[in-house]
Design a binder for this molecule. Structure first.
Ligand code: FUB
Length: 449
């Protein structure tokens, strides 16, 4: 019999022929670990370049630490459906890198004159005078690769977490962490060499900092970074009127992870008129925070240009088409007295989560489901209930109108319960699912047909 691991291998092989699509909210990617997301808009789509955390195996990586052998890139037009374009750079294919280090940390990618430059840190092979992490570049004609690594890392740079910012006048800047500081330098037009000496970014709060990410909005240059103010990292920012500073500390973008993930690492981008913060938590690995998962939430500016603190959500930022499996456990709000979220299977967390509606009256709300032009006639609810129960689906905006009532038959197995819609619904709606009778009922997802 074919095991789940074998099917995953076959799927990985097929990925090069047919990129896989995952449909999710937060975390964005649920079939593998991802961290340190740098999001960019290329060719009208969002591309995310994350680190690719993997579990340590004997002889592969350091137990209890980060372990990464390669990078994937993901793209999306709606921030809900993510296409995995597969491996774009691997430690085995970088001429200068130690191919047994499993330390391909946080990357970045920028476009210049139709070429895509992917920046990544990795330990170099042990050579005279070279220690610690170097930063390399790989170049492509397409944001999804294939990328060809340069033969040598960038001279004069030692450290991690490269970030490249191209200013309005076309000058590119490289930022990185390491050598005991946050550093920056201008890049030459070839994007692979420093044009100036390394400069240390001054006047930032004391303490451990990494993951610089610089962007500009309305003439304000935002220098953003994770910083350990207390025990674990939180996201902070400083502002200046020049890409090289001086920068003045302004505030916190996101507080420490509520799940205790020690690192956070982020990027900020504007897409279709809305700003977003990409970051990570350890959603799929609650007991080991070096296996992380990327997320995105909307980000807002105050009129004076300061950043409103972003509160992490499970719902995320995309609109969900009603004909997709709507994972209501990635909710906007829930009734904490009667509803809760749990993994479907703690021995395989990549299978995702379920919503447990424990008693009549328990509810969960999932915002921004797109019903289009009222073409749906029925709803399918993937659920299980030992004793059976009836759930109601309502549109919470504008009026709480009933969409459907669905009965889940008693039994030990997951079942697809289907019901005709009581009222046809159109447009983007916030959907409430509640238990009105019987139960408990566990719901995996709902989908409109
Ligand atoms: O992913 C490895 C390291 O963890 C990154 O380089 C840091 O920014 C932190 O997120």
């Amino acid at each position: 019999m074919m095991k789940r691991r074998d099917t995953v291998r076959i799927a990985l092989g097929l990925m090069f022929l047919f990129p896989s699509v995952s449909r999710s909210q937060n975390p964005l990617i649920t079939d593998q670990f991802t961290a340190d997301p740098t999001a960019r808009v290329f060719q009208g789509k969002v591309f995310v370049y994350p680190s690719h955390d993997i579990p340590v195996e004997p002889g592969k990586g350091r137990p209890g630490w980060f372990c990464m052998a390669d990078y994937h890139v993901f793209s999306s037009e709606n921030l809900s459906d993510w296409t995995d374009h597969g491996v774009i750079v691997s430690q085995k294919k970088v001429p200068w890198a130690d191919s047994s280090a499993y330390s391909m940390w946080a990357p970045d990618c920028v476009e210049r004159n139709g070429k895509y430059y992917f920046y990544f840190p990795a330990p170099a092979r042990v050579k005279e005078g070279r220690r610690g992490m170097s930063i390399g570049v790989a170049v492509s004609d397409s944001p999804s690769g294939p990328f060809t690594p340069e033969p040598e890392p960038i001279a004069g740079v030692g450290g991690i977490d490269p970030n490249v910012f191209i200013d309005k006048d076309g000058q590119a800047y490289l930022y990185w962490a390491g050598m005991g500081a946050m550093s920056a330098a201008k890049l030459k037009d070839n994007m692979t060499e420093l044009a100036t000496e390394r400069q240390v970014i001054q006047d930032l709060p004391k303490g451990m900092k990494e993951g610089p990410f610089v962007f500009e909005r309305n003439g304000i240059y935002y220098f953003t970074y994770p910083h350990v103010e207390n025990k674990i990292e939180r996201l902070e920012y400083a502002v200046g009127d020049n890409p090289l500073g001086p920068f003045q500390f302004k505030g916190v973008i996101m507080d420490e992870s509520p799940t205790g993930c020690w690192t956070n690492h982020h990027s900020v981008l504007e897409y279709k008129g809305q700003w977003f913060l990409f970051y990570h938590h350890n959603d799929l690995s609650p007991h080991f925070d070096k296996n992380r998962s990327i997320r995105a939430d909307s980000l807002f500016f105050e009129p004076d240009g300061s950043i409103r603190k972003v509160v992490p959500t499970l719902r995320g930022a995309g609109i969900t088409p009603a004909d997709r499996k709507i994972q209501i456990d990635r909710h906007t709000a829930l009734d904490t007295s009667g509803a809760s979220i749990a993994f479907l299977d703690t021995s395989d967390r990549f299978l995702g989560w379920k919503t447990e509606l424990r008693k009549p009256g328990a509810w969960i709300r999932y915002n921004s489901v797109d019903f289009g032009t009222a073409g749906f006639g029925s709803v399918v609810v993937c659920a299980v209930s030992e004793s059976g129960g009836t759930v109601e689906i309502r549109s919470c905006n504008p009026d709480g109108r009933l969409i459907a009532r669905v009965t889940v038959s008693p039994g030990p197995d997951w079942t697809l319960a289907q019901s005709a819609l009581a009222n046809r619904t159109s447009g983007v709606r916030n959907v409430c699912v509640s238990l009105i009778q019987g139960g408990p009922v566990a719901v995996d997802w709902i989908r409109f047909e």
